[in-house]
Design a protein around this ligand. Structure first.
Ligand code: ZN
Ligand code: ZN
Length: 409
């Protein structure tokens, strides 16, 4: 009988030996009795989530792990960010991820996050220009989390090969967007016009007058990056023949799962920060496994600790994830294919994503066991799964869940 599948992805999980941990990786240094108990009767391997030598982003790697070749569908992060805040889009729409920013009278960016502006100011500003028409295209504008916002352009003849208006640093002016081909040039012209409208509208706004009275930087502009076209994509349930749900809190991952047609749940207390309530996520995953064939559980802060160079924080997040996994496994009835991995490595020594493969462990009743008692990067290299690419994960999980079709007679 077909088994259900739970895939736990700890963001940026993979690491390198850390001096702060006596030469161990955070996974080696963490006390994780729950995961290691499963490890003893599991199969292990190393996963290149895109391909050897490629340093993955979280978006491209998640697409790959879920069985979608990012090379065919990924043009930029914008559409997934927009989907993450619930904006409805259709194939061909072009979306940008933006920041509310502060510029001087010469449009030089003096604060890329407008003093880390957030709600309610961002919502009030976005409501000044929720939807406008420019050059026959529809432009929608919404606030996102913290200082972020999104711009979605819908219409005929659009392209997404558009340069960023975000200069990436302070002290430089907002860049003029340009397109690499004719449809993208049309998109770039619309984005430039919209940027002008925003600057005109925001400068004298009630919100900014109030902010200046309080001594806060004025959010008088937006800067855009990560333009991408909303992909024409086969929904997960049709592609893999399984119902799909995800427990996540980060906008980007929520967006990816929504674009793939999955049900997404963010339980109360679950966030994309170190303060997240992982047990709430565990309970939500158990509930979801009762009604979905395939559940993705995403844990963000392992990546945050990696970016911050915080070895102790990464160890702590792994130990908290261990208690969550232990709870899920002890609460699930019926046969389950359980897999845990990362979407890429974010070593605390590098403070950024690297091309190092991530450890992968797959467990289900009655399968082979590698006799490896610890789930970590070094032990995984001795496992029977050896090294795999991200796109090979879904077929493998489906095979072990008795959900694949026999090839041949
Ligand atoms: Zn990631
Ligand atoms: Zn990251």
């Amino acid at each position: 009988m077909a088994r259900k599948i739970l895939l736990v992805i700890c963001d940026g999980l993979g690491d390198r030996p850390s001096a702060a941990l006596g030469g161990k990786t955070p996974l080696q240094a963490a006390s994780k009795p729950g995961i290691d108990r499963i490890a003893a009767s599991a199969m292990h391997g190393l996963l290149y989530t895109i391909a050897p030598g490629v340093t993955p982003g979280s978006d491209t790697s998640h697409l790959s792990l879920l069985g979608y070749d990012p090379l065919g569908i990924y043009t930029g992060r914008g559409p997934f960010e927009a989907a993450g805040i619930g904006l409805k889009m259709k194939p061909g729409d072009v979306a940008f991820r933006c920041n509310f920013a502060t510029v001087d009278s010469s449009r030089v960016v003096v604060d890329r996050r407008a003093g880390r502006i957030g709600e309610p100011d961002t919502g009030e500003l976005a409501s000044l220009l929720p939807e406008v028409e420019i050059d026959g295209a529809q432009v929608r504008f919404r606030e996102s989390t913290e200082h972020r916002c999104v711009v979605v352009i819908s219409g005929d003849g659009l392209g997404s090969s558009v340069t960023d208006t975000d200069p990436g640093v302070t002290g430089r002016p907002i860049q003029l967007a340009s397109g690499l081909d004719e449809p993208s040039s049309r998109t770039a012209a619309i984005l430039n016009k919209f940027t002008n409208m925003v600057i005109e509208k925001f400068s004298g706004s009630h919100v900014n007058r109030k902010r200046m009275e309080k001594g806060l930087p004025s959010a008088n502009a937006i800067i855009a990056r990560g333009g991408g076209v909303y992909p024409d994509i086969e929904p997960f349930d049709r592609k893999h023949g399984m119902s799909f749900g995800a427990v996540a809190a980060e906008g980007l991952i929520l967006g990816i799962c929504r674009v793939l047609g999955g049900e997404v749940v963010t339980p109360k207390g679950a966030t994309a920060t170190m303060e997240t309530d992982l047990m709430a996520k565990g309970r939500a995953a158990v509930e979801m496994l009762g009604r979905k064939d395939f559940v993705l559980l995403h844990v963000k802060p392992t990546d945050i600790a990696g970016h911050d160079g915080n070895a102790a924080g990464k160890v702590e997040m792994i130990e908290r994830a261990d208690r969550m996994v232990d709870y899920i496994i002890s609460s699930c009835s019926g046969e389950l294919v359980f897999a845990i991995t990362g979407d890429h490595s974010t070593p605390v020594s590098a403070k950024q994503h690297t091309c190092d493969p991530v450890p992968l462990m797959i467990h289900s009743g009655g399968l082979r066991s590698d006799g490896i008692s610890s789930f970590d990067e070094i032990s995984a290299g001795r496992g029977s799964l050896s090294s795999l690419r991200g796109l090979e994960l879904m077929p493998l999980l489906m095979g072990y869940a008795d959900r694949n079709e026999k090839y041949g007679a």
